[in-house]
Design a protein around this ligand. Structure first.
Ligand SMILES: *Cc1c(COP(=O)(O)O)cnc(C)c1O
Length: 371
């Protein structure tokens, strides 16, 4: 079979539409190269790197609107490691997990398996819909995912009304932070990794902690935890603009460049408007074709950063994704375990809306050519 060639004038300027790792802007790579012989390859306990970490912590607090008294902590291991960190250092006795997809379910599995915690409550929703935390007595930690990357469902970030006075809200914002608006006063812990909306690389976690979260960390610091999973240790290092062990310096450089790029353009308001424009183009397109359907039925629950579009069963989404890939338009495959005949499109702030529009034209062309 000869590869199907998409006409050049239909192609997006940049063909990367993955949901993480997501596209990194070429200017970020230039910023990295510019530090190639001064910062890269130097000690993470000395000033150039520590001031970079300081810029990351301050920039993230400003970008995401951290209220007075909130602190930014970071450590190695990405969001997956943070589930274990939270299991050791944030859940006192019993958590509630509102889950509507793979990522929320993974944190629920981590806290369920912990022998020192009570069985958590799991409020599960059908994939493609949202799960809302519900206040219940005796729950000390409410956990949910702001943007469920496996399904493209956005869940509001609001404290459950009637929760115990010192219950914490712990929100996985891995694919939301930097691309979706949020009121951090509704959260005690808003955590993420930098390879999605923040357009950097993987391997680190960041968490914005409220004073109540910091108090919980202090309270639980006498519980045994592996040093690499102790939030108490991570917080102590973070306050010195360090990490417990060596971080990837390149990831930090790319992140700081992205955070400052977003701040220069108008911060989270600008980013959220841009992702709203991109996603409106995608969902409008999907509603106008009789062979495409937005997977998330309720428009209010559709993510502005991760769009999931089901294709009619007569069209093989795998063949469409393969034809796109052969033309340099990559990573529009659905989340593998969801198992749907679907395209999933990352629309983080680094992606201009014009590229999303170009992608829809490419899909039209490929589907027509394959028919
Ligand atoms: C990607 C993702 C994760 C996992 O992040 P890692 O840094 O790879 O561990 C967790 N939660 C959500 C919502 C994600 O999108």
């Amino acid at each position: 079979m000869t590869a199907l060639a998409i006409p050049r004038d239909l192609l997006p300027a940049d063909g990367r539409f993955g949901c993480g790792p997501s596209r990194i802007r070429p200017a970020q790579i230039d910023a990295l190269a510019a530090l190639g012989t001064t910062l890269l390859g130097t000690s993470h306990r000395q000033d150039p790197v520590r001031s970079l970490v300081g810029r990351a912590r301050e920039g993230l607090a400003t970008l995401l609107g951290a209220p007075e008294g909130y602190e930014v902590a970071l450590g190695n291991g990405g969001s997956t490691a943070f589930w274990d960190v939270a299991t050791f250092s944030l859940i006192r006795e019993r958590a509630q997990h509102a889950t509507c997809g793979e990522f929320g379910a993974k944190f629920a599995a981590a806290s369920t398996a912990a022998p020192f915690l009570a069985e958590p409550q799991v409020v599960a929703a059908e994939p493609g819909t949202t799960a809302t935390p519900v206040a219940a007595p005796g729950i000390d930690t409410y956990a949910w995912t702001h943007n469920e990357t496996s399904t493209g469902v956005l869940t509001p970030v609001l404290r459950p009304r009637g929760a115990d006075a010192d219950a914490l809200t712990v929100v996985d914002a891995t694919s939301a932070a930097g691309g979706v608006k949020v009121d951090l006063a509704q959260t005690d812990v808003y955590y993420f990794a930098p390879q999605k909306a923040l357009g950097s690389d993987g391997g680190l976690w960041f968490a914005i902690l409220s004073p109540a979260a910091v108090a919980r960390v202090d309270e639980l610091s006498s519980r045994w935890a592996p040093a690499s999973l102790s939030l108490s240790a991570a917080l102590a290092s973070s306050r010195k603009n360090e990490t417990l062990n060596t971080p990837a310096l390149a990831t930090l450089v790319l992140l700081v460049d992205q955070v400052e790029w977003l701040l220069d353009r108008g911060g989270l308001d600008w980013a959220a408007e841009r992702t709203a424009t991109s996603s409106a183009a995608l969902y409008d397109w999907a509603e106008q074709r009789d062979w495409t359907t937005p997977y998330v039925v309720d428009p209010a629950q559709r993510s502005p950063v991760v769009g999931t579009i089901d294709l009619d069963e007569r069209i093989d989404a795998k063949a469409v994704a393969a034809a796109l890939r052969a033309n340099g338009v990559v990573d529009v495959d659905p989340y593998r375990k969801l198992g749907r005949n679907q395209l999933r499109v990352g629309m983080f702030p680094s992606t201009p809306p014009a590229d999303v529009e170009a992608l829809t034209r490419c899909v039209d062309f490929v589907v027509d050519a394959l028919a």
